[in-house]
Design a protein around this ligand. Structure first.
Ligand code: GUN
Ligand code: ZN
Length: 469
């Protein structure tokens, strides 16, 4: 079926919008079971599941009303439907509506190099990652992979990603440009590296600062795009480069910072030898004003007590990437420490060290990691860490992460019984936590029926349609 150039009243609202389609100016009401967190879960440090269970909002027979690109109402179908007699109704009874999912750390240039056998972090970077990233000197390649990458996000229900690009500023342009075509809220940045990597992937302190500043001017808060200063990790940046990026972090206070931290023991030993004057790994970044609100650190598996406390005090966020941590043999993230020290945590895939684009499956592996630590992460907490919890950690919860009126209409429609086994396991009338948990263990992209971004259907499984065809 061809894509429609715009959605109008005559076209069913489930048809996939083409890039830059005009939104429907009529209210649309979606009937389904609905779950979201309208607010932050209270008292995170003592949460251990129950606070999450108490603060979730669930409408078993619910209604979500959108107009143009904004959510205008949510509640029980019986109450909400009578307020909007003029709305176009789509009935998805038996399915679930959730907020669009947030993946807080992943690499689009590693889309093609996902699932490579046999190495731990440092040799994996040398053998697979750097070669894959070198190909992004070619702008056409970057544009093609950006499309495939965004389509993978949509197919898996992810509507916002915190994305590493490559050292080439043009690779960052390609991603922002593709995301803009569907009004997708992407946070991304040009990777900065001036040492310990192939010469073709090296910039300099001055170039990193100038190109990052130019990209901020062009893309930060342009539409729904946001910029993240992106030093890859301490070993590939000199002190001079970190200082140059720290200057930008101080100048542009609402810009994000994303990097890696304490992922692998060999990496940590290397950082200690490269930065003998720093008091540990986190301090390398801290000395250069890179530890603050809106700093997102990937991994943080082998942190010491001082580092946990500093992350909590700085209001920074750790991206917990369980599929990556298991795949590279990096270690088991300590969620209890994060709770105790009031450190924001957001779930993330870390594709291509991560093994899936699917955030449900990512929680499934977070649960297995937490089982190995004998402190299971509940389905409620897992759901929080990919929706409202992530959005609040990133200070974006007035736009994404929940289904509150006046937030942007980013949401997904989930079919819990997408095959014989899930039909058998989930059955009729299953609770939110049972559906969410079973799908996190058994699910894959087949459970995502539709992905809506800014009030437009950007992926529809039934018609196998993506907005970025
Ligand atoms: N540390 C530095 N770069 C990377 C990367 O690309 N992936 C992961 N998992 N860790 C890193
Ligand atoms: Zn990463």
């Amino acid at each position: 079926m061809p894509l429609n150039s715009s959605i109008s009243e005559a076209v069913p609202p489930t048809s996939v919008a083409s890039p830059k389609a005009t939104a429907v100016l009529q209210k649309q009401l979606f009937r389904a079971s609905i779950a979201h967190y309208p607010n932050n879960a209270p008292d995170m440090s003592s949460a251990m599941g129950s606070a999450y269970e108490q603060s979730i909002e669930i409408f078993t027979d619910g209604a979500l009303v959108i107009e143009d690109n904004v959510i205008c109402d949510i509640g029980d179908y019986a109450t909400v439907a009578q307020k909007y007699p003029e709305a176009v109704v789509s009935d998805y009874s038996g399915k679930w509506i959730f907020p669009g999912l947030i993946d807080s750390h992943l690499h689009y240039p590693q889309t093609q190099s996902i699932a490579n056998y046999g190495d731990q972090l440092l040799s994996w970077l040398e053998n697979y990652t750097f070669p894959a990233e070198m190909a992004f000197a070619d702008e056409e390649h970057a544009k093609n992979i950006a499309k495939v990458f965004i389509n993978q996000l949509l197919k898996n229900g992810t509507t916002t990603g915190f994305v590493f690009t490559t050292v080439h500023a043009s690779s960052c342009q390609a991603l922002f440009s593709a995301a803009s075509d569907i009004n997708m809220a992407i946070v991304a940045g040009k990777v900065c590296m001036d040492r310990n990597c192939p010469s073709k992937l090296k910039d300099t302190p001055e170039l990193a600062q100038r190109e990052s500043a130019d990209l901020i001017d062009q893309w930060h808060n342009n539409g729904r795009n946001k910029y993240a200063l992106t030093p890859r990790f301490a070993p590939t940046s000199s002190d001079a480069q970190l200082a140059a990026l720290g200057e930008l972090a101080t100048q542009y206070k609402d810009v994000f910072i994303q990097t890696h931290l304490s992922e692998n023991r060999d990496e940590i030993a290397w950082v200690n030898s490269l930065f003998p004057n720093a008091n540990g790994y986190l301090d390398v970044y801290d000395k250069h004003h890179l530890v603050r609100e809106r700093s997102v650190f990937g991994h943080g598996i082998h942190l010491n007590q001082q580092e946990w406390e500093r992350l909590g005090e700085a209001n920074a966020t750790l991206a917990f990437c369980p599929t990556s941590n298991l795949f590279l043999g990096s270690g088991l993230f300590n969620m209890e420490q994060a709770r105790t020290n009031n450190v924001h945590v957001a779930l993330a895939t870390d594709v291509g060290a991560g093994t899936t684009f699917n955030m449900f499956k990512t929680y499934g592996d977070a649960y297995k990691v937490s089982q190995l630590r004998n402190a299971p992460i509940s389905p409620f907490e897992g759901f929080y860490l990919m929706t409202q919890g992530a959005a609040a950690a990133h200070q974006l919860d007035d736009e994404i992460g929940n289904l509150n009126p006046n937030t942007t209409a980013d949401f997904i429609i989930v079919e819990p019984r997408f095959d014989e086994l899930t039909s058998l396991r989930i059955g009729e009338n299953a609770s939110f936590e049972d559906v969410f948990f079973a799908l996190s263990i058994l699910g894959d992209d087949r459970m995502i029926e539709q992905t809506w971004i800014s009030g437009q259907c950007c992926y529809n499984k039934k018609e196998n349609q993506h907005a970025l065809a």
